[in-house]
Design a protein around this ligand. Structure first.
Ligand SMILES: NC(=O)C1=CN([C@@H]2O[C@H](COP(=O)(O)OP(=O)(O)OC[C@H]3O[C@@H](n4cnc5c(N)ncnc54)[C@H](O)[C@@H]3O)[C@@H](O)[C@H]2O)[C@H](O)CC1
Ligand code: K
Length: 511
């Protein structure tokens, strides 16, 4: 699913208005109408007190349409104009006139703290104060209203975006955002919904299709896309019937050190479960018996030193895909070994964990990283690589620039893992808080490497690996719950994730 920028949404409005030959206000009526229908379907006329807080732009206008339709249909509604500026948009004024002529119950004007109404936990608040047009910090009294709404414990339904959240920048000091129980967003969700600083203010969201020009939408490329099941189904390649293990690639996973052999075991096993035909682990000598005991399916190679860390990386395995980093340590000897290893690489590799820390320690090594390599940092590793950022949007921009400069793919791990390549952001839609546990990153590295070994293009391997890893965790929590999930469970459920990819929804199966 494409995620349109605010600029593209305004352009889509214009294209729709021109093509359909309609006044722009019609779009507001549609938008408000769909919000009303969504509410009516759930409330079915219940007399819950509904307070609609409207700004003075088009988001406020949407709120006024909703308030009018709710009043017309007998709901218990109070509408308020949050007078944050005297510059009202023309369509807001039209919606205001429509409301005033449809009902005797006119909206109340809020200009200062003393005008705030009481808000109780039993109220439903419709938040229509700011949408994608928020472009500066609201005045203090407006932020106090946001705080009052947040403190009220009322159910908050936000129109298009939670007010206070910006569509094009992240959270900064002194910002206040309305906490939404549900956001109904027009045409596509907004990028800020998926970023850690801002996404936490939203419990649920859905998209309302307000019928913007389909041709314009189809022909408009976006910098951001949401990766969901159909995208992965398109990437997936079914195995032919007559096959042998040599057709599914040989993965080589380099890593492990004294006390950290578990990381390489997790990665190697996940590469197997992702479908890699053969897997070899390259570990320091101390790790050989550990690996051989833990996973019989995995072959092991080792260095020529009898130490606890890598002193060289010199292997015989002819691998189709190589990953380096899990549990490897950042000993100076290992840094030198990795430097020599990188120089010899031509094909894309997967770089994780301590290998990322080594790149941060010796940035000149970035020049040796092969094109289209996949780096999988968590936020701490990313910061060590690219430096500090001001907010989440700045983080994405800096990551995109770094990825472009080195022609690599960066997988920023998090609640919504974002894969960045060639200035494009791919937001993952699977996974759950159960993944916040030791070793899940090693499993992800194994899955991506296993896919790469099978011949998937590096971008396909990254997107499918991230999706699959999250999906396996989503299935696994039905058995273990988020608290009980451990990294090996994710590996164990990778097979179920493959099955789920093409499983019919339950209601279809019953037919
Ligand atoms: N295609 C669609 O998605 C449609 C969406 N609609 C709704 O329109 C808004 C966007 O409307 P816009 O008027 O551009 O912006 P807002 O209502 O979000 O904005 C604010 C308004 O206020 C000014 N402003 C910005 N920041 C501040 C501030 N801190 N203090 C005071 N005033 C501020 C700004 O200049 C704007 O004028 C979208 O979110 C949807 O809800 C359409 O109804 C239909 C098509
Ligand atoms: K809003």
């Amino acid at each position: 699913m494409k995620i349109y920028s605010p600029k593209q949404i305004y352009e889509a409005d214009k294209a729709t208005i021109a093509k359909e030959g309609i006044p722009s206000y019609n779009l507001m009526e549609r938008a408000g109408g769909y919000i009303y229908e969504w509410m009516h379907k759930r409330l079915q006329g219940q007399q819950v007190p509904i307070k609609v807080f409207c700004g003075i732009g088009n988001n406020g206008g949407d709120g006024l349409v909703v308030a009018r339709l709710l009043l017309k249909n007998g709901y218990n509604v109070d509408a308020y104009i949050v007078n944050c500026s005297d510059k009202r948009s023309p369509d807001f004024l039209k919606a205001y006139d429509e409301l005033k002529s449809a009902s005797k119950k006119w909206p109340e004007l809020i200009k200062k703290e003393e005008d705030f109404p009481a808000i109780t936990p039993n109220d439903i608040v419709v938040d229509a104060i700011f949408g994608i047009g928020l472009n500066r910090c609201p005045e203090d009294w407006v932020k106090k209203l946001f705080v009052k709404i947040n403190d009220s414990k009322a159910y908050v339904l936000s129109i298009d975006m939670p007010s206070g959240m910006y569509a094009d920048r992240g959270l900064q000091k002194d910002d206040v955002i309305i906490h939404s129980a549900f956001v109904l967003s027009f045409q596509s969700p907004k990028l800020a919904f998926f970023l850690p600083e801002t996404g936490k203010y939203i419990t649920m969201w859905d998209v309302l299709d307000i019928g913007l020009d389909p041709e314009f939408l189809a022909n408009t490329e976006t910098d951001t896309v949401l990766i969901d099941k159909p995208d992965i189904q398109r990437i997936y390649r079914q195995r032919p019937q007559f096959t042998h293990k040599g057709m599914y690639g040989h993965s080589l996973i380099i890593g492990g050190s004294y006390g950290k052999m578990g990381a390489i075991i997790l990665a190697a096993k996940a590469a197997l479960r992702a479908g890699s035909g053969l897997v070899t682990a390259y570990v320091p000598q101390i790790g050989v018996p550990i690996l051989q005991t833990a996973i019989p399916e995995v072959m092991v190679e080792t260095d020529n030193f009898n130490g606890k860390v890598f002193e060289e990386i010199d292997f015989q395995t002819e691998a189709n895909a190589i990953a380096i980093g899990p549990g490897m340590g950042t000993d100076e000897k290992t840094v030198d070994a990795m430097s020599a290893f990188l120089k010899a690489q031509k094909a894309p590799i997967v770089i994780d964990a301590d290998a990322l820390n080594i790149l941060a320690k010796r940035p000149s090594l970035m020049e040796q990283v092969p094109d289209l390599s996949i780096l999988t940092p968590h936020p701490g590793e990313l910061e060590r690589l690219i430096g500090k950022w001001d907010d989440d949007f700045d983080k994405l921009e800096k990551t995109a620039k770094f990825a472009k400069k080195h022609n690599i793919i960066i997988v920023i791990k998090g609640a919504h893992t974002i894969t960045v390549y060639d200035y494009k952001l791919h937001i993952n839609t699977t996974g759950n808080p159960g993944l916040s546990t030791a070793g899940t990153g090693d499993v992800l590295t194994g899955v991506i490497t296993g896919l790469l070994a099978q011949g998937y293009h590096p971008m396909e391997a990254a997107l499918m690996g991230v999706y699959h890893h999250g999906l396996a965790a989503d299935i696994a929590i039905n058995q273990y719950a988020v608290e009980g999930l451990i990294a090996s469970d994710v590996t164990a459920f990778l097979g179920r994730a493959y099955m789920d990819l093409f499983a019919k929804p339950e209601h279809e199966q019953q037919q």
